[in-house]
Design a protein around this ligand. Structure first.
Ligand code: ADP
Length: 150
């Protein structure tokens, strides 16, 4: 059976840290679906369409990486796409506290769904979308943190 993983997140923006998790995840899974959680009422900093296009460009050579947007439970999304795994990244203990809670809830919602947490590569450990938004807001160059040109 094909091993399909959902990599859910806000990806506002999608960073080199996220790219690294996807590329390493491809060693484990046959297909990765990057799911951009999107709530119409919640405004994003970077335009959604732009980020989708940038992620697609980043993985244009990979036919087994897809990008979708969603506004539902990740466990429901996984079911719809035949995914048995949720892929997430871990940078530190704060991430762990959060990911642990979310993984427990997802297990409760769908016992067949496994969460796989990949530890960040040290060189990307300090990259966060929040930080990128903060410095971009004040006009700083964020190109070093992104796998594509904005
Ligand atoms: P969310 O808002 O759902 O936390 P993010 O877009 O911030 O979504 O992150 C998606 C996933 O990627 C999360 O599991 C997060 O911990 C992980 N992640 C974010 N930045 C990095 C990084 N630099 N290295 C590894 N994992 C990361």
């Amino acid at each position: 059976m094909k091993k399909i993983a959902i990599f859910p997140g806000s990806f506002d923006p999608f960073t080199k840290g996220h790219e690294d998790i996807v590329v390493r995840g491809l060693q484990l899974f046959d297909e990765i679906i990057i799911g951009i959680g999107h709530n119409q009422e919640k405004e994003r900093y970077f335009p959604l369409k732009k980020i989708i296009a940038c992620i697609e460009k980043t993985f244009e050579k990979y036919s087994n990486v897809k990008v979708i947007t969603y506004n539902e439970l990740t466990s429901t999304l996984a079911k719809t796409h035949g995914a048995s795994y949720i892929l997430r990244g871990l940078r530190n203990t704060t991430d762990f506290e959060y990911e642990n809670r979310v993984a427990q809830v997802n297990k409760y919602l769908n016992n067949q769904l496994e969460t796989v947490l990949l530890i960040t590569s040290p060189k990307y450990a300090s990259i966060s979308s929040t930080l990128i938004r903060e410095i971009h807001r004040y006009g700083a160059d964020v190109r070093a943190f992104l796998p594509y040109k904005l």
